[in-house]
Design a protein around this ligand. Structure first.
Ligand SMILES: Cc1cc2nc3c(=O)[nH]c(=O)nc-3n(C[C@H](O)[C@H](O)[C@H](O)COP(=O)(O)OP(=O)(O)OC[C@H]3O[C@@H](n4cnc5c(N)ncnc54)[C@H](O)[C@@H]3O)c2cc1C
Length: 166
Protein backbone atom coordinates (compact mmCIF):
# COMPACT_ATOMS: atom_id res chain seq x y z
CA UNK A 1 0.00 0.00 0.00
CA UNK A 2 1.46 3.37 -1.00
CA UNK A 3 -0.73 5.86 0.91
CA UNK A 4 -2.92 4.75 3.79
CA UNK A 5 -6.12 6.47 2.59
CA UNK A 6 -6.25 7.71 -0.99
CA UNK A 7 -8.72 10.57 -1.37
CA UNK A 8 -10.76 11.48 -4.43
CA UNK A 9 -14.00 13.21 -5.38
CA UNK A 10 -15.65 10.30 -7.15
CA UNK A 11 -14.78 6.67 -6.64
CA UNK A 12 -16.25 4.23 -9.14
CA UNK A 13 -16.32 0.50 -8.50
CA UNK A 14 -16.36 -1.47 -11.75
CA UNK A 15 -14.92 -0.51 -15.13
CA UNK A 16 -17.61 -1.91 -17.43
CA UNK A 17 -19.57 0.39 -19.75
CA UNK A 18 -21.58 1.81 -16.82
CA UNK A 19 -18.50 2.65 -14.74
CA UNK A 20 -16.64 3.97 -17.78
CA UNK A 21 -19.54 6.23 -18.73
CA UNK A 22 -19.65 7.59 -15.19
CA UNK A 23 -15.86 8.09 -15.28
CA UNK A 24 -16.03 10.02 -18.56
CA UNK A 25 -18.64 12.39 -17.14
CA UNK A 26 -17.07 12.98 -13.73
CA UNK A 27 -13.52 13.38 -15.06
CA UNK A 28 -14.79 15.64 -17.84
CA UNK A 29 -16.40 17.83 -15.15
CA UNK A 30 -12.97 18.17 -13.56
CA UNK A 31 -13.63 15.94 -10.56
CA UNK A 32 -10.81 13.75 -9.29
CA UNK A 33 -12.02 10.35 -10.42
CA UNK A 34 -10.67 6.91 -9.54
CA UNK A 35 -12.03 3.67 -11.03
CA UNK A 36 -11.38 0.35 -9.26
CA UNK A 37 -11.69 -2.86 -11.25
CA UNK A 38 -11.30 -6.48 -10.13
CA UNK A 39 -9.93 -7.58 -13.49
CA UNK A 40 -9.06 -5.38 -16.42
CA UNK A 41 -11.14 -2.39 -17.51
CA UNK A 42 -13.90 -3.09 -20.02
CA UNK A 43 -16.30 -5.38 -18.20
CA UNK A 44 -18.47 -7.89 -20.01
CA UNK A 45 -18.82 -5.70 -23.10
CA UNK A 46 -15.13 -6.35 -23.77
CA UNK A 47 -16.06 -9.98 -24.50
CA UNK A 48 -18.64 -9.15 -27.16
CA UNK A 49 -17.41 -10.14 -30.65
CA UNK A 50 -19.61 -7.45 -32.19
CA UNK A 51 -21.92 -4.78 -30.76
CA UNK A 52 -24.51 -3.50 -33.19
CA UNK A 53 -26.82 -1.50 -30.93
CA UNK A 54 -24.45 1.22 -29.68
CA UNK A 55 -25.17 4.63 -31.22
CA UNK A 56 -22.53 6.09 -33.49
CA UNK A 57 -21.26 2.83 -35.00
CA UNK A 58 -23.51 2.07 -37.97
CA UNK A 59 -21.46 -0.98 -39.02
CA UNK A 60 -21.21 -2.28 -35.43
CA UNK A 61 -18.00 -2.44 -33.42
CA UNK A 62 -16.00 -5.14 -31.64
CA UNK A 63 -16.73 -5.00 -27.90
CA UNK A 64 -13.06 -4.73 -26.92
CA UNK A 65 -12.57 -1.82 -29.33
CA UNK A 66 -15.63 0.00 -28.00
CA UNK A 67 -14.51 -0.28 -24.37
CA UNK A 68 -10.92 0.71 -25.30
CA UNK A 69 -12.36 3.90 -26.78
CA UNK A 70 -14.33 4.54 -23.58
CA UNK A 71 -11.18 4.00 -21.47
CA UNK A 72 -9.18 6.39 -23.67
CA UNK A 73 -11.94 8.98 -23.44
CA UNK A 74 -12.03 8.84 -19.63
CA UNK A 75 -8.21 8.80 -19.40
CA UNK A 76 -8.02 11.90 -21.61
CA UNK A 77 -9.87 13.76 -18.84
CA UNK A 78 -7.48 12.26 -16.25
CA UNK A 79 -9.67 9.54 -14.77
CA UNK A 80 -7.37 7.13 -12.98
CA UNK A 81 -7.83 3.38 -13.54
CA UNK A 82 -6.78 0.74 -11.04
CA UNK A 83 -6.90 -2.76 -12.48
CA UNK A 84 -6.68 -6.00 -10.48
CA UNK A 85 -8.08 -4.12 -7.52
CA UNK A 86 -11.13 -5.84 -6.11
CA UNK A 87 -13.24 -3.90 -3.63
CA UNK A 88 -13.90 -6.00 -0.55
CA UNK A 89 -15.40 -3.54 1.95
CA UNK A 90 -17.52 -0.40 2.15
CA UNK A 91 -18.32 2.00 4.99
CA UNK A 92 -21.14 4.26 3.82
CA UNK A 93 -22.24 5.67 7.19
CA UNK A 94 -20.50 9.06 7.10
CA UNK A 95 -20.58 11.85 4.54
CA UNK A 96 -17.20 10.65 3.29
CA UNK A 97 -17.53 7.16 1.85
CA UNK A 98 -14.82 4.67 2.78
CA UNK A 99 -13.83 1.89 0.42
CA UNK A 100 -11.44 -0.96 1.06
CA UNK A 101 -9.82 -2.83 -1.82
CA UNK A 102 -7.39 -5.72 -1.60
CA UNK A 103 -4.57 -3.19 -2.11
CA UNK A 104 -5.57 0.16 -0.64
CA UNK A 105 -8.08 2.16 1.41
CA UNK A 106 -9.93 5.01 -0.29
CA UNK A 107 -12.08 7.94 0.81
CA UNK A 108 -14.46 9.66 -1.58
CA UNK A 109 -17.19 12.28 -1.43
CA UNK A 110 -19.25 10.22 -3.86
CA UNK A 111 -19.25 6.53 -4.57
CA UNK A 112 -20.67 4.96 -7.72
CA UNK A 113 -21.20 1.20 -7.66
CA UNK A 114 -21.20 -0.17 -11.22
CA UNK A 115 -20.35 -3.81 -10.59
CA UNK A 116 -22.68 -5.25 -13.21
CA UNK A 117 -24.19 -8.70 -12.94
CA UNK A 118 -22.96 -12.24 -13.28
CA UNK A 119 -24.66 -14.75 -15.54
CA UNK A 120 -25.97 -17.89 -13.96
CA UNK A 121 -23.99 -20.65 -15.66
CA UNK A 122 -25.62 -23.81 -17.01
CA UNK A 123 -22.41 -25.80 -16.51
CA UNK A 124 -22.70 -27.66 -19.80
CA UNK A 125 -19.71 -28.67 -21.95
CA UNK A 126 -18.57 -25.94 -24.34
CA UNK A 127 -20.46 -23.17 -22.53
CA UNK A 128 -17.35 -21.07 -21.84
CA UNK A 129 -15.55 -21.94 -25.09
CA UNK A 130 -18.50 -20.83 -27.22
CA UNK A 131 -19.37 -17.66 -25.28
CA UNK A 132 -19.95 -14.96 -27.91
CA UNK A 133 -19.69 -17.60 -30.69
CA UNK A 134 -23.06 -19.25 -30.31
CA UNK A 135 -23.63 -19.17 -26.56
CA UNK A 136 -25.36 -16.01 -25.33
CA UNK A 137 -26.98 -14.96 -22.08
CA UNK A 138 -28.84 -11.95 -23.40
CA UNK A 139 -31.75 -12.44 -25.79
CA UNK A 140 -32.22 -8.68 -26.15
CA UNK A 141 -28.53 -8.05 -26.96
CA UNK A 142 -27.83 -11.03 -29.19
CA UNK A 143 -31.19 -12.21 -30.51
CA UNK A 144 -30.75 -10.51 -33.87
CA UNK A 145 -27.45 -12.32 -34.53
CA UNK A 146 -29.47 -15.56 -34.68
CA UNK A 147 -32.30 -14.34 -36.86
CA UNK A 148 -33.75 -17.22 -38.95
CA UNK A 149 -31.46 -19.72 -37.24
CA UNK A 150 -32.35 -22.61 -34.94
CA UNK A 151 -31.72 -21.72 -31.30
CA UNK A 152 -32.16 -23.54 -28.00
CA UNK A 153 -33.31 -21.28 -25.20
CA UNK A 154 -33.09 -22.09 -21.52
CA UNK A 155 -35.17 -19.86 -19.28
CA UNK A 156 -33.87 -20.03 -15.73
CA UNK A 157 -36.51 -18.99 -13.24
CA UNK A 158 -38.32 -20.74 -10.50
CA UNK A 159 -38.85 -23.59 -12.94
CA UNK A 160 -36.48 -24.63 -15.69
CA UNK A 161 -38.10 -24.78 -19.10
CA UNK A 162 -36.54 -25.77 -22.39
CA UNK A 163 -37.82 -24.34 -25.61
CA UNK A 164 -36.46 -25.25 -28.98
CA UNK A 165 -37.38 -23.04 -31.92
CA UNK A 166 -36.80 -24.60 -35.32
C1 LIG B 1 -20.41 -12.13 -25.13
C2 LIG B 1 -21.26 -10.91 -24.80
C3 LIG B 1 -21.85 -10.19 -25.83
C4 LIG B 1 -22.64 -9.05 -25.54
N1 LIG B 1 -23.15 -8.35 -26.58
C5 LIG B 1 -23.90 -7.23 -26.32
C6 LIG B 1 -24.43 -6.45 -27.41
O1 LIG B 1 -24.23 -6.76 -28.58
N2 LIG B 1 -25.16 -5.34 -27.08
C7 LIG B 1 -25.41 -4.99 -25.78
O2 LIG B 1 -26.08 -3.98 -25.55
N3 LIG B 1 -24.91 -5.70 -24.74
C8 LIG B 1 -24.17 -6.81 -25.00
N4 LIG B 1 -23.67 -7.56 -23.95
C9 LIG B 1 -24.03 -7.14 -22.59
C10 LIG B 1 -23.10 -6.00 -22.11
O3 LIG B 1 -21.77 -6.44 -22.18
C11 LIG B 1 -23.49 -5.65 -20.67
O4 LIG B 1 -24.84 -5.21 -20.66
C12 LIG B 1 -22.61 -4.55 -20.13
O5 LIG B 1 -21.24 -4.96 -20.13
C13 LIG B 1 -23.04 -4.18 -18.71
O6 LIG B 1 -22.20 -3.14 -18.28
P1 LIG B 1 -21.94 -2.83 -16.76
O7 LIG B 1 -20.89 -1.78 -16.70
O8 LIG B 1 -23.24 -2.60 -16.07
O9 LIG B 1 -21.40 -4.22 -16.13
P2 LIG B 1 -20.14 -5.12 -16.49
O10 LIG B 1 -19.77 -5.02 -17.92
O11 LIG B 1 -20.45 -6.46 -15.91
O12 LIG B 1 -18.97 -4.46 -15.65
C14 LIG B 1 -18.92 -4.55 -14.25
C15 LIG B 1 -17.46 -4.53 -13.85
O13 LIG B 1 -17.38 -4.45 -12.41
C16 LIG B 1 -16.30 -5.23 -11.99
N5 LIG B 1 -16.49 -5.58 -10.59
C17 LIG B 1 -17.44 -6.39 -10.06
N6 LIG B 1 -17.30 -6.49 -8.72
C18 LIG B 1 -16.22 -5.72 -8.40
C19 LIG B 1 -15.55 -5.42 -7.17
N7 LIG B 1 -15.96 -5.92 -6.00
N8 LIG B 1 -14.46 -4.61 -7.19
C20 LIG B 1 -14.03 -4.07 -8.38
N9 LIG B 1 -14.62 -4.34 -9.57
C21 LIG B 1 -15.69 -5.14 -9.58
C22 LIG B 1 -16.33 -6.44 -12.92
O14 LIG B 1 -15.06 -7.09 -12.94
C23 LIG B 1 -16.71 -5.82 -14.25
O15 LIG B 1 -15.58 -5.47 -15.03
C24 LIG B 1 -22.86 -8.66 -24.19
C25 LIG B 1 -22.26 -9.39 -23.15
C26 LIG B 1 -21.46 -10.50 -23.44
C27 LIG B 1 -20.80 -11.27 -22.31
Amino acid sequence: MSEKNRKCDILIIGAGPAGLTAAIYSAWLGLKTVVLETGIAGGRAGLAPKIENFPGFPEGIKGSELVDRMIQQAARFNAEFKSSEEVVGLDLKGEIKKVVSRKQNYEASTLIIATGTQRRKLRVPGETDFLGRGVSYCAVCDGTFFRNKAVAMLVMGRRLRLKLYL
